[in-house]
Design a protein around this ligand. Sequence first.
Ligand code: SF4
Length: 329
Amino acid sequence: MLELNALSSSGASLLFNWHYKKKKLTPCRDNLSLATQQFVAENFDFYLPEIIEIQHSFDQTVKLLLRLSDGQKVETVLIPFQNKYTACLSSQVGCAMQCSFCFTGTQGLKRHLSCDEMIGQFLVADRWLIENIGENLKLKNIVFMGQGEPLHNFDAVKKACQIFLDQHGTSIGLQKITVSTAGHLPGLLRWKQEMPRVNLALSLHSSFEHIRNELIPINQRYPLEQVLTLIDDIPLSRKQYVIYEYLLIKNLNDSPLDARGVGELLKEKRAIINLIAFNPFPSSGYERPDNQVIIEFKKILDTYNIPTLIRGTKGDDILAACGQLNTKS
Ligand code: SF4
């Protein structure tokens, strides 16, 4: 997409400003010399993912099905919160991790997304919001929790984060970007040295290796203990926590014993726990626990003084909730 090194810094700033601040999706002509315009025309690609289907949830969540330049498809989800939206971006077409609770995992990995395809998801989603919901409802948060294991595509995700953070780019704050992982050890090994200090979320789902092995098969290769050792070594800013996602599945990982296991594991850490009830998808063999079970699970975690939130499911009626994305067709 961008060969910015060949441009002067002022030219690059102009282009960033044009596309990310003014949100123009056409080539820039303002204040650029003819030679630079020609350089841009010859070296830049202005293709953006094309929206081919839009689904609306009763709770205002919107799922966009996007076609990429090679015909592959990914989904981007817009999640409302008060007068803002969070963009849930995909990092791969499909996913290689095969988590047993996840619809994406059933479709296998087709390919990584490039940095510009991830930025493109954001720009297209942002434009859609402005045109269809209104100027005032803006994309304020980004989570890499759509299709794909972001750290399996480390370089492109890192570059996308850098552009999202850049003051000439979308200028989204460090605390507003979250990258999720199922526990991809090679990516975590690079995180400390290379990744901007965005938020890290780990799909935990159990403190017990045998249950985690079932839910997240890469746990057999990258055991939780090693994953947590690396995460503990990542420096955090003063107000920053690591987010531990815990998907509650009926009769699998929702017992008081499971809750105490999580409490013991995380009690000394800078941790926030998000409890999420399992979201069923076609052919999923798991069930969602009763609400009372979720409340009891949280009560046990509260005794460990770990900040714990029960996350309400959004967009499950359109298969847009956590673990429900799939573009196999
Ligand atoms: S939960 Fe994430 S890492 Fe696991 S299969 Fe689904 S998309 Fe991949």
